[in-house]
Design a protein around this ligand. Structure first.
Ligand SMILES: Nc1nc2c(ncn2[C@@H]2O[C@H](COP(=O)(O)OP(=O)(O)OP(=O)(O)O)[C@@H](O)[C@H]2O)c(=O)[nH]1
Ligand SMILES: [Mg+2]
Length: 228
């Protein structure tokens, strides 16, 4: 519990055996529930997580969004705040309180950890990812007048507000869908600068051309789909 708030952490994973233990070790002790959503890993990610006593759910259909939606099927209704975190040790789990405080103390609904608001973090984003963030957040500002600088994975959402959003995207569009729907539902949203480092293990998305093109296309498609 964090100031009488029940915290559930969701970590989608695909082959993160080299990093998952480090991620779990750095998660603060106040967290009530951790759900690892295994997206068809072929390595030891699930076994390592289970050996550390963490709940692992399995989503065979590839896709970041699909993995999140599967974890949400197993989320306790005692949950007050959801936290999303990547499994590649690029985020700093120990900074979770920074994301929770605006929700617990200042009535915010959505807090995005921005890597663009911290020079030491921004340098670890590929130029294409940086440009993609700039373009998509400018479009959100233009269309829905909400100020974001990043589509960062490390974020916290008040569970009752989250349920209103009826999230649907099953792969790369998840992060931006949440931010667009937060704007459309006029939720109280803000960004907090967070630390970010090079991932452990092979880059799957932002470090690969195919991954970046696929993610970029999906993100732009979602902006125009939500617009119309
Ligand atoms: N790429 C990818 N990651 C997934 C998938 N399902 C779950 N994940 C996890 O989602 C999180 C984000 O994926 P990443 O590959 O780190 O995406 P990224 O941070 O944009 O790019 P890189 O870290 O450079 O690969 C990680 O914990 C992945 O293990 C999937 O189908 N594809
Ligand atoms: Mg990553």
């Amino acid at each position: 519990m964090y100031n009488q708030h029940y915290i559930t952490v969701i970590i989608p994973v695909l082959n993160e055996e080299k990093s998952i233990q480090k991620v779990l070790e750095d998660i603060p002790g106040f967290v009530d529930s951790i759900i690892i959503s295994d997206n068809g890993s072929t390595d030891n990610t699930a076994r390592i997580a289970e050996s550390l006593g963490v709940q692992v759910v399995s989503e065979p259909e590839r896709g970041y969004g699909a993995a999140c939606l599967k974890a949400l099927e197993h989320t306790s209704n005692r949950t007050d705040i959801l936290v999303f975190l990547d499994g590649d040790y690029s985020d700093y789990p120990e900074e979770m309180g920074l994301l929770l405080n605006p929700i617990v103390y200042h009535n915010y609904d959505v807090v995005i950890g921005s890597r663009m608001l911290k020079a030491e973090s921004k340098q670890h984003l590929t130029p294409v990812a940086g440009f993609g963030n700039w373009l998509s957040t400018r479009l959100i500002k233009l269309i829905w007048n909400y100020n974001f600088t990043d589509l960062g994975p490390f974020r916290a959402v008040r569970y009752s507000s989250f349920q209103k959003l009826e999230m649907q995207d099953r792969n790369f569009g998840w992060t931006i869908e949440l931010q667009i729907k937060a704007a459309k539902h006029k939720l109280n949203a803000k960004e907090i600068p967070v630390s970010y480092r090079q991932r452990i293990g092979e880059s799957k998305i932002s470090g690969t051309l195919m991954g970046t093109v696929k993610a970029g296309t999906k993100i732009l498609y979602l902006i125009f789909k939500e617009l119309f």
